[in-house]
Design a protein around this ligand. Structure first.
Ligand code: GDP
Ligand code: IMO
Ligand code: MG
Length: 404
């Protein structure tokens, strides 16, 4: 049984999509297990730009794709995404969990309402109803995919949801949900049992987290986080597979740091330097188009990501972008009240960040090696994949990965 779980090491948008697409050729199964359409996983291949929101980014290459129980699904987005993807791969095998929760228009309205209520303390959510969908799941009034088999139950649940939110809703939404469900019904199944059988049968599986470690609902910069578990531990409850099935973990890290939405970001750049890096890296959100905040690579943050996720390997992306910058730095520690701190704490605002400087490598590849060596020596985790362009083939394999 070979399994590999991919996580984001920073605040999301590390380039997970490209890494997953690249690796999925070698796996039977590609599985998404958390988040919803707040995710945007970009793959540039076959002269196309594909932005996966709900479907796993291994869809084009793995034998079977699975949207597991931990995902929250907006059916409109899913139907549109499948329509687009089925042109690129007309024969595919997809399984969608009957336990996955559904995001309705009411959840989207609630997300907007909550953000307005927060005023200047808003989170900067994607306004896709993700937080409210997880709230209703854990509040035990959520709507699961299996509930769409029963129009009476669905109506009862929608009425309850509307009452909870003090909102009116148009009953045509029920018909719309049922119609969209009919479009994907053939894929809906017990993915927990399916995955158990496949893995017990020796099939290989690539698991994909959405978002990044420091917007995990528990371990991130709370409350400026998403509403699901984005760390590697999330893979077990997100799929229904016990921890025994998971042994290897790969973290995707961008050669610098970006963040969409509000929240603490110690190495953030401002002014012209930020503007120039944002432009160079085309740092605009895949889901909302918002400009991403940008900053230097933060090693204390990666040290914490290695521990929280038990990382065996690292994929470093966008080295081509950073290599063109004049000022290249890595944060190595912080200072707080005169003390040096080596560990990232999402709840502690530091006074100062200490950096080490590097030389640009667009003209001299040896400088890139020095940059990578510095990261590997510090983290004691090998950088096995190196992204040096947005296209599928713009990837350097630097080392072997053992998956068992
Ligand atoms: P994800 O959410 O982690 O999958 O990342 P996104 O797709 O939201 O954002 C990453 C962006 O960087 C996308 O536009 C990718 O096409 C692009 N990208 C990924 N890896 C590389 C790389 O190594 N170099 C360059 N130039 N672009 C990359
Ligand atoms: P991928 O999978 C980057 C951020 C939002 C906001 C916060 C909460 O593409 O890496 P939400 O809508 O989830 O309630 O918003 O989380 N966020 C992401 N940032 N990449 C993502 O996904 C994100 N998904 C959510 O910007 O700050
Ligand atoms: Mg993204």
């Amino acid at each position: 049984m070979e399994t590999l779980t991919i996580v984001g090491c920073q605040f999301g948008d590390e380039g997970k999509g490209k890494i997953i697409d690249f690796l999925s050729n070698d796996f039977d199964l590609s599985i998404r297990f958390n988040g919803g359409e707040n995710a945007g996983h970009t793959v540039v291949a076959d002269h196309q730009i594909i932005k996966y929101h709900l479907v796993p980014a291994g869809f084009l290459r793995a034998r079977t794709s699975v949207i597991a129980n931990g995902v929250v699904i907006n059916l409109k987005t899913l139907v549109e995404e499948l329509k687009f993807l089925s042109v690129m791969r007309n024969k595919f095998d997809l399984k969608i969990s009957n336990l996955a929760h559904v995001v309705t228009d009411l959840h989207v309205k609630r997300d907007r309402f909550q953000e307005e209520l927060r005023g200047s303390r808003n989170i900067g959510t994607t306004l896709k109803g993700i937080g409210p969908a997880y709230e209703s799941k854990f509040g035990r009034y959520g709507i699961r995919m299996m509930d769409l088999e029963d129009p009476y139950l669905l109506t009862e649940k929608m009425d309850f949801l509307a009452k909870m939110y003090h909102l009116e809703y148009d009953h045509s939404e029920i018909d719309q949900l049922l119609k969209r469900y009919a479009d994907v019904n053939e894929y809906v199944t017990d993915t927990v049992g399916y995955l158990q059988n496949e893995l017990n049968d020796g099939k290989s599986a690539l698991f994909e987290t959405a978002q990044g470690t420091f917007i995990d609902v528990e371990f991130g910069t709370y409350p400026f986080v998403t509403s699901s578990h984005t760390v590697s531990a999330g893979v077990t409850v997100g799929t229904g597979l016990s921890p025994r099935y998971f042994s290897k973990f790969l973290g995707v890290a961008k050669a610098y740091t970006t963040r969409v939405g509000e929240g603490y970001f110690p190495t953030e750049l401002t002014g012209e330097q930020a503007e120039s890096l944002r432009k160079l890296g085309n740092e605009f959100g895949s889901t909302t188009g918002r400009p991403r905040r940008v900053g230097f690579l933060d090693l204390p943050m990666l040290r914490m990501a290695v521990k929280l996720n038990s990382l065996d390997y690292i994929a470093l992306t966008k080295t081509d972008v950073l290599g063109k910058c004049k000022d290249i730095r890595i944060a190595t520690s912080y200072e707080k009240d005169g003390n040096e701190i080596n560990t990232y704490d999402p709840n502690l605002k530091v006074d100062k960040v200490n950096y080490v400087q590097f030389e640009p490598w667009s003209e001299n590849k040896k400088n890139l090696e020095k940059f990578i060596q510095f990261i590997e020596d510090d983290l004691k985790v090998p950088v096995t994949l190196l992204g040096n362009g947005e296209k599928r083939e713009e990837m350097e394999v630097r080392g072997e990965m053992q998956l068992v």
